[in-house]
Design a protein around this ligand. Structure first.
Ligand SMILES: Cc1cc2nc3c(=O)[nH]c(=O)nc-3n(C[C@H](O)[C@H](O)[C@H](O)COP(=O)(O)OP(=O)(O)OC[C@H]3O[C@@H](n4cnc5c(N)ncnc54)[C@H](O)[C@@H]3O)c2cc1C
Ligand SMILES: NC(=O)c1ccc[n+]([C@@H]2O[C@H](COP(=O)([O-])OP(=O)(O)OC[C@H]3O[C@@H](n4cnc5c(N)ncnc54)[C@H](O)[C@@H]3O)[C@@H](O)[C@H]2O)c1
Length: 502
């Protein structure tokens, strides 16, 4: 149990609370601020157990993932993938002319996919009895927020799920250049001939590769020494090689010094940190995908003793509780694990703590990551930089040794797993087709405490990419045989003594 800051249970309004509803307004069991991936999930869960829930949303229910991130980016990637496959059809004996990209129609479809999602969350919330209020919420006291400066909403517990927005790094001339971000790129009607992308995280790489496959000359600029700096270095290397093979320019370990206009173009000036050489990328368009800033402004968090800023986000403990015991924060606004599925997990934990009053800690051990580039990069835990004291071994299978990959002629990639001598999975990294789907087997195993010997004893349909998981588990089993543990067990139980290898 944690010390004296247990979760506020329904009915206890928490530290500093007046303990009573304010005149003229009803008291909610839970008030959720922000109706994106995190907020929708916590509000829905609370309403499902009969709590009286208000959800306050400044704009549209659905949040960033629906309108400006996951949904449109995957729709764009799908169109780009199609164009790429058409271009590669000849090697399968299918002769087609190079695809003509009608960029305006591509973007029109992306927007119509997004619109097809709009509204469904409103229905879902209403059908569960969540009271949705539109406006910007700001704290007034520990038990009340004010919406758009006028309407007061009282609650016993609060969950802040206000998300994040694109960060603009402090680069001279960048703001004045009005760069595109994931918020604005979707309204492009005309295809730029060329584009510079600042940032080689998942957002910059996904959007950069999609644009390149739709016919834009793309240059990616990354300040870290490698792309996807948080992933296994081998994943960064293989993805970089694949992007460069498609004609995308990738510069890492650069310092961008200035952005300036020239003859209607955007000039990004940068220094190669290794050589000290000064360079410039002259491009029609500029996209910034350099991380996020938490949406904490305007929430008047000072009124409830919470210190937060857009760079760090809202500090929470392992119960997702802020310094105010009846106020929790989840999703991008807490400044790390910024994925929809992480926000959903956090929503589940905040629900248990804030509404059921049962202390539950958040556990990020088995939260997966995926970049939907081609090759796809998916990972959970770690497969590099492991502590030798853990005695971990790394097992690796190349896609070129996977039957399905060979059959389809798509053999770029590898799968790696890190495991302890007993087969406990510490992490997995997969680069290649269906990486995120195959990774899911390791995620389930880590969540449910399954070890590699249990995966090797599970039938995998042939020939699928799931065979990667089985191949890794089989490698692990072979090392046990080598180490003699299995031989000794066979001898002990069956008196069996394997013949020595020829
Ligand atoms: C280009 C891109 C692609 C991505 N693709 C993926 C992906 O494929 N898979 C994945 O898992 N993740 C992806 N992500 C990350 C994912 O979008 C976020 O992690 C997720 O949307 C965060 O959810 P959230 O609920 O924390 O915030 P949001 O979804 O941003 O919701 C916050 C809500 O709060 C509202 N709000 C803000 N302030 C207030 C206020 N004061 N009062 C009331 N309401 C307020 C906002 O209007 C918004 O609706 C992507 C991100 C980017 C940038
Ligand atoms: N498939 C997915 O799940 C998916 C897709 C896109 C984004 N996201 C999430 O959305 C969030 C935002 O994505 P993102 O890619 O913008 O953030 P990120 O933090 O993952 O990557 C930003 C990159 O920009 C680089 N950078 C920062 N400042 C720079 C500068 N001045 N010059 C050059 N490079 C600079 C960083 O080193 C980093 O590699 C992340 O949490 C990401 O995981 C997820």
């Amino acid at each position: 149990m944690r010390g004296g800051r247990g979760p506020g249970r329904p009915g206890s309004a928490g530290r500093g609370s007046t303990g009573a509803g304010r005149a003229g307004a009803s008291m909610y069991d839970l008030v959720v601020i922000g109706g994106g991936s995190g907020g929708l999930n916590v509000a829905g869960a609370a309403a499902a157990v009969g709590a009286k829930v208000a959800l306050i949303e400044a704009d549209r229910l659905g949040g960033e993932c629906t309108f400006t991130a996951c949904v449109p980016s995957k729709a764009l990637l799908h169109a780009a993938d199609l164009a790429h496959r058409i271009r590669s059809a000849d090697r399968f004996g299918i002769a087609v002319a190079p695809p003509e990209i009608d960029f305006s129609r591509v973007m029109g479809r992306v927007r119509s996919v997004v619109e097809s999602f709009a509204g469904s969350d409103v229905e879902a919330m209403r059908s569960r009895g969540v009271e949705v209020r539109y406006g910007r919420a700001a704290f007034e006291a520990y038990d009340s927020v004010v919406v758009d400066g006028s309407a007061r909403v009282n609650g016993r517990s609060f969950v802040i799920a206000t998300g994040s927005r694109p960060a603009l790094p402090p680069i001279e001339g960048l703001e004045a250049a009005s760069p595109l971000t994931n918020e604005t790129i979707w309204s492009l009607e005309t295809r730029p001939d060329s584009m510079a992308v600042i940032g080689a995280g998942a957002a910059g790489l996904e959007l950069g590769q999609a644009m390149a496959r739709l016919g834009v000359a793309v240059t990616i600029l990354e300040s870290a020494p490698r792309i996807l700096p948080g992933e296994d270095p081998e994943a960064s290397d293989q993805l970089r090689a694949a992007l460069e093979a498609e004609g995308i320019q990738v510069f890492t370990d650069v310092e961008i010094t200035r952005v300036e206009p020239r003859d209607g173009m955007k000039v990004v000036r940068f220094v190669d940190r290794r050589s000290g050489e000064e360079m410039e990328a002259v491009r029609d368009a500029l996209l910034v995908a350099a991380g996020r800033r938490a949406n904490v402004d305007g929430l008047n968090l000072e009124a409830v003793g919470i210190e937060a800023d857009p760079d760090r986000g809202i500090p929470v403990d392992e119960y997702l509780q802020t310094r105010a015991r009846n106020i929790y924060a989840i999703g991008d606004v807490i400044g790390h694990h910024q994925w929809t599925h992480a926000a959903e997990r956090e929503a589940a934990v905040a629900f248990v703590n804030a509404v059921l009053g049962i202390p539950r800690k958040i556990d990020y051990t088995a939260i997966p990551r995926a970049s939907y580039t081609d090759p796809e990069v998916a990972s959970v835990g770690r497969t590099a930089g492991l502590d030798p004291a853990e005695g971990a071994r790394i097992f690796r299978v190349a896609y070129e040794d996977l039957d399905r990959a060979r059959i389809e002629g798509r053999t770029i990639g590898f799968a790696k797993v890190a495991a302890t001598p007993s087969g406990k999975i510490l992490g997995a990294t997969i680069v290649g087709d269906h990486a995120a789907l195959v990774l899911q087997e390791f995620v389930v195993a880590m969540e449910q405490g399954l070890r590699l010997p249990q995966l090797v004893n599970t039938v995998h349909p042939y020939p699928t990419h799931a065979g990667l998981a089985r191949a890794l588990a089989t490698q692990f089993a072979a090392t046990r045989l080598e180490s003699g543990m299995t031989r000794a067990a066979l001898r002990l139980v069956y008196g069996y003594s394997p013949r020595p290898s020829p």
